[in-house]
Design a binder for this molecule. Structure first.
Ligand SMILES: Cc1cc2ncn([C@H]3O[C@H](COP(=O)(O)O)[C@@H](O)[C@H]3O)c2cc1C
Ligand SMILES: O=C(O)c1cccnc1
Length: 335
């Protein structure tokens, strides 16, 4: 039986998600205080390891199976000339992912992660959201479910990424509809549109956000999102149900995740921001979600690339936490 079959059932599920294990977290906090280093000397690595242990329910975690899932979808809004690349690139990149030739394939290997690709109805792009809702309820629910089902129950750390020409336009429209302000504050160059392209894209974002204004974040996802954005949201929620911590990627992934956060308070408590994308509004979006990125390397690729790179940081944090000796074990004098 599937976990949900309507947006309203998905919403109910979000409201009943597990929270962090406070006992495990205080145990990890206590262990952190006994490790052979001056207090706080490992900086954010310390809080990361404690957070990770809290979600995994242990004061001495290890990061086992790391799963990277790339979802792909096509966008009707590309008819408005919003990307520097043609829509065919989506399906062509799916083949590239399958053959191991994309950046995220290399980064997954480096991070010791299993990577898979899910193409969502590429032959049926979403509707152009300046004219109609991008997806019907049945379509958005099907995409959420694809994401939900793609998360393996033995996964211990999840990254979700995306491929979909036109999807920075979708993400910008979602951000505008969720957080308000002028469309220009949320619209960036994506794959690299020029100044004329950027003003056209901003118009498209503004029209879409106005047409589909709603105080319901899941409706915003349905009307302005793409299948790959909904699948990422479904996978992030699925990970929460399974107590699997998630590393969030760039602007598009964060926009998808923001729909969960706006639908349900605390829905992203099991999520850390992997990196700050160079896409203009990513920092503003992360700030709205109160997330501080781990890396800032001027990347603007998507695919889950920044988050996959950040797996190495999280694993390093957890290895220090669980592998280091305590002052007592090592016979080192505590300060
Ligand atoms: C070859 C290629 C590989 C990519 N990998 C990710 N993206 C990124 O660019 C797209 C979003 O930008 P826009 O909204 O401007 O179309 C998404 O597919 C995103 O994943 C790529 C884009 C291209 C061209
Ligand atoms: O931040 C991202 O995810 C991003 C930015 C530009 C193009 N593609 C993805």
């Amino acid at each position: 039986m599937s976990a949900f079959s309507s947006l309203s059932e998905f919403r109910t599920l979000l409201a009943a998600m597990p929270s962090i294990d406070q006992n495990a977290m205080s145990g990890a906090q206590e262990r952190n205080g006994q490790l052979t280093k001056p207090p706080g000397a490992l900086g954010r690595l310390e809080e990361l390891a404690i957070w990770y242990g809290g979600w995994r329910g242990t004061d001495r975690p290890r990061v086992g199976k790391r799963q990277v899932i790339v979802f792909a979808g096509n966008h009707g809004v590309t008819a408005q000339g919003v990307s520097a690349f043609p829509a065919e690139v989506t399906v062509q990149m799916v083949a590239n992912f399958e053959h191991g030739g994309a950046a995220v394939n290399q980064l997954s290997r480096v991070a010791g992660a299993e990577m898979s690709v899910h193409a969502l109805d590429l032959d049926t792009p979403t509707a152009d959201f300046t004219k109609d809702a991008a997806m019907s309820e049945a379509e958005v629910v099907a995409a959420l479910k694809t994401g939900w089902d793609a998360v393996d129950s033995d996964t211990e750390l999840l990254v979700v990424g995306e491929m979909g020409i036109g999807n920075t336009t979708s993400a910008a429209a979602i951000a505008t509809a969720l957080f308000g302000g002028d469309a220009s504050e949320w619209t960036g160059r994506g794959t690299g549109v020029d100044d004329t392209g950027l003003s056209n894209k901003t118009r498209v974002v503004s029209e879409g956000a106005a047409l589909h204004a709603s105080d319901d974040a899941l409706e915003i996802l349905r009307c302005l999102g793409g299948r790959e954005l909904a699948a990422m949201a479904g996978a992030i929620a699925s990970a929460r149900a399974k107590r699997i911590p998630v590393i969030m990627d760039g602007f598009i992934c964060t926009a998808a995740a923001a729909c969960l956060a706006q639908a349900q308070d605390g829905a992203l408590d099991h999520v850390v921001a992997g990196h700050l994308s160079q896409e203009g509004a990513h920092g503003k979006l992360l700030a709205a979600l109160d997330k501080t990125p781990l890396l800032s390397l001027d990347m603007r690729l998507g695919e889950g690339s920044g988050a996959t790179l950040a797996i190495n940081i999280l694993v390093a944090a957890v290895e220090c936490h669980s592998g280091m000796a305590t002052f007592a074990e090592a016979g080192v004098a505590a300060g």
